[in-house]
Design a binder for this molecule. Structure first.
Ligand SMILES: Nc1ncnc2c1ncn2[C@@H]1O[C@H](COP(=O)(O)OP(=O)(O)OP(=O)(O)O)[C@@H](O)[C@H]1O
Length: 253
C-alpha cells in the first residue's frame, strides 16, 4: 500500500458566487502518478490549484472543506503559503522560466528558502536538480545562458528542475505537455515516470492516452464533481459510471 500524502475532504471552490468544485473528497498517494481528466471547464485546474493554495492568488476565489498534507490542514491560519508551495510544487501548462540564467532559475527557490549555505552547496543543488529533471547533460556547459533561450521541452524540464530544487513532497502538473511536440512530450512522460518514485505527482491532462500512459490512478471530473476515482487501468477498461464511460469512449469532451 502506498502512503497517503494529501487528503481532500468535502472541498468546494467558488469564484465569486459561482461554485466551480462541488464537494470533492479524494486521497492522493505517494509514489504514484494521479491523473485528473474530464471535459474542458469541469474544474480540473481549479481543484489542482486548491492543493497548494494557488487559488489564493485569484481575486474572488474561495475554498471550503479540508485539505490535509501529512495530516496538516493547508488552509490553517498557521500555514505559510510560500512554504507550502515549496512542499507542493507546481509546473504549468506553458513553460515559464524566469528571465534569468539557467543557473539562477534553479537557485532562486533554494536561496529564498535558505536551502544552500555556500556556493558549493548551491552548485550541488543545481546539478542534482537538473540531473533529476533529465537536463544536466544538455545544459551543464551553458548554465549562464538565459533559461528562455532553451527549447520548449528543455524549458519545461527546467521548470521541473526548479520545482525539484526546493525538495518538494508533491508535484502538481497542469497540462505540462500541451505546448510541446511529441518528442518533448515523450521525454517529459519518461521523466514523470522516474520522478514518481520520490514524490506524489498529480497531473491534469486533456489527453486520455497520456493519462493511461503515465498514471496509476485517475480521477474523472464532470461539472465540478468528482464522478469516479480509481486505478487507471480500471477507469479506462471497466469504468463504473456511465458518464466516465461516455467520456473515455469520446462521446463528449
Ligand atoms: N479565475 C477564474 N475566475 C472565474 N471563473 C473561473 C476562473 N478560473 C476558472 N473559472 C471557471 O471555473 C470552472 C472550472 O474551470 P477550470 O479551468 O478549473 O476547468 P478545467 O477542467 O481545468 O478546464 P480546461 O480543461 O479547459 O483547462 C469553469 O467554469 C471556469 O470558467
Amino acid at each position: 500500500m502506498n502512503e497517503t500524502k494529501l487528503i481532500a475532504r468535502n472541498v468546494d471552490v467558488f469564484y465569486g458566487p459561482k461554485k466551480a468544485i462541488d464537494n470533492v473528497s479524494i486521497d492522493i498517494d505517494n509514489g504514484i502518478v494521479t491523473a485528473f481528466i474530464g471535459p474542458s471547464g469541469c474544474g480540473k485546474s481549479t481543484f489542482l490549484r486548491s492543493l497548494n493554495r494557488m487559488n489564493d492568488t485569484i481575486a474572488g476565489a474561495r475554498v471550503t472543506g479540508e485539505i490535509l498534507l501529512d495530516g496538516e490542514n493547508i488552509y490553517a491560519p498557521t500555514m505559510d503559503p510560500v512554504a507550502l508551495r515549496a512542499r507542493v510544487g507546481m509546473v504549468f501548462q506553458k513553460p515559464n522560466p524566469f528571465p534569468k540564467s539557467i543557473y539562477e532559475n534553479i537557485a532562486y527557490g533554494p536561496r529564498i528558502h535558505g536551502l544552500a549555505n555556500s556556493k558549493a552547496e548551491m552548485d550541488a543543488v543545481i546539478e542534482s536538480s537538473l540531473t533529476k529533471a533529465g537536463l544536466w547533460d544538455e545544459v551543464k556547459d551553458r548554465l549562464t545562458d538565459a533559461g528562455t533561450a532553451l527549447s520548449g521541452g528543455q524549458q519545461q524540464r527546467l521548470c521541473i528542475a526548479r520545482a525539484i530544487a526546493v525538495s518538494p513532497e508533491v508535484i502538481l502538473m497542469d497540462e505540462p505537455c500541451s505546448a510541446l511536440d511529441p518528442i518533448a512530450t515523450a521525454k517529459i512522460e519518461e521523466l514523470i515516470d522516474e520522478l514518481k518514485e520520490n514524490y506524489a505527482i498529480v497531473i491534469v491532462t486533456h489527453s486520455m492516452q497520456q493519462a493511461a500512459r503515465v498514471s496509476q490512478r485517475t480521477a474523472f471530473f464532470h461539472l465540478g464533481n468528482l464522478v469516479e476515482y480509481g486505478e487507471t487501468s480500471e477507469i479506462f477498461t471497466n469504468p463504473r459510471e456511465e458518464k466516465t464511460k461516455d467520456y473515455i469512449t469520446g462521446r463528449y469532451g
